[in-house]
Design a protein around this ligand. Sequence first.
Ligand SMILES: [Ca+2]
Ligand SMILES: [Ca+2]
Length: 493
Amino acid sequence: MLHTYFEKTVWIREQHQSIWVIILLVALTSSAQAQTPTWTQRASVGPSPRDTHAMAFDSTPGEIILFGGRYPANNETWRWTGETWTQIFTSGPSPRYFHMMAYDSNRDRIVLFGGMRDGVPGALNDTWEWDGTAWNEKHPAHFPSPRLNAAMVFDSVRGEVVLFGGYDNSFTLFDQTWVYDGNDWAERAVSGPSVRQGCKMAFDSARGKSVLFGGSTVVFTFVAANDTWEWDGTMWDQKFPLGSIPIARAEHAMTYDSSRHQTILFAGLDESYNRLSDAWEWDGNRWNQNPNSGPPARHEHAMVYDDSCARIIVFGGSNSFNGGPPQYADTWDYTLDADNDGVADACDGCPNDPNKTAPGVCGCGVADTIGFVGFLPLIGGADATGGSFADPLRAFKLGSTIPVKFAASCGGSAVLTGIHTLQAIKYSSAVDSDPAIDATPTDAATTGNQFRLTDGEWHFNLSTRSGFSTGTWKLIATLSDGSTHYVWITIKK
Ligand SMILES: [Ca+2]
Ligand SMILES: [Ca+2]
């Protein structure tokens, strides 16, 4: 009997577990479907319109560094701190465009390689590193020949920068794979994607793969690709995605969203020279198109993931079929924003309250206005908040302690947080006032002139032993939402 009971109990428990697993899976699936990143345009002041610039996210201290671009080739360094662009006036790499940048998170260095300068021959092959404050040129023993418009990422599993493709001064296209470990460059003798330029890569840190998509397989006439490849540090593996695939393109942008484990692809130029504006996400098996509209169509833009706020930032690009003007100078982010208030969920202190980005005094979902219930006895009766100069609410003896109390609420709930302060002003007439003095409590329960919370009420035992004199006084409580409330009293001998 016990045996049967035990078996039945286990069976019931297993059934319950299965049901819970199914419910959990359904919940996860529907929340994943509901959680689609949206686009928001950010600052309109920043770098001038440009394309073929490069960006990388420096996770210490958490900022994006932008370098270069055209026309003409420039050597500007800009910093994006999440809200604003600031130019950093510093020496560094020569003016260039079509260069490559990637952030080495192990060494906390942004690596820059090659690109194109104005003039002939244009292709470059110098290696630079940004250490957070300055550019330093590196002189590795080995390095790729001059090239531009290659793809470059940092493989944080192997601890090396990976460079693929590009072309040189004689318009030779490459299918070489190079790696840089912070000390030296080495070419990997491997076969993989065909020769190409304008291809892009992103490093999927969860799966340990550098993902490559598309590019143009010739320099002048435009033959774009839409193949997907992955580099695991040793070999290239062509992927054959399930479902839809982004159309063939080059000069798009890719980055990896490490919070959502998706490789993001945005925009580019198709074989008919159309600028594109579609966004796709690669999960390792499938490309899924994001239906939300965003920045206008473009190519030769830069895009990078900002892990301080779990968002992707896009800057600039070209709306001309062959690059160059008209160019963009707009900044966009792409992120989960459940309440659509323009602040990424990861940095929104109230991710489901479109009116607030921090809990404030009243908490999320409640306006940050404190309902002042009124000064409580002994001062003046339940809702007495004022009185007047001519008719003070109460009289107190000089040298006594005045118990100032009030209750406050946010959206019907008592306010149990915040810093509320008390000041006193002596009036010699209804209009003539002395400066306010910070009131002093008689006990040490608060610092300065702050109220203390006791049983859901805010208390201040005001000493009238020093600083006070006989006459009419106005006691002013300033609440943490900035609102002020006052009560008139008389001090007598
Ligand atoms: Ca938000
Ligand atoms: Ca919000």
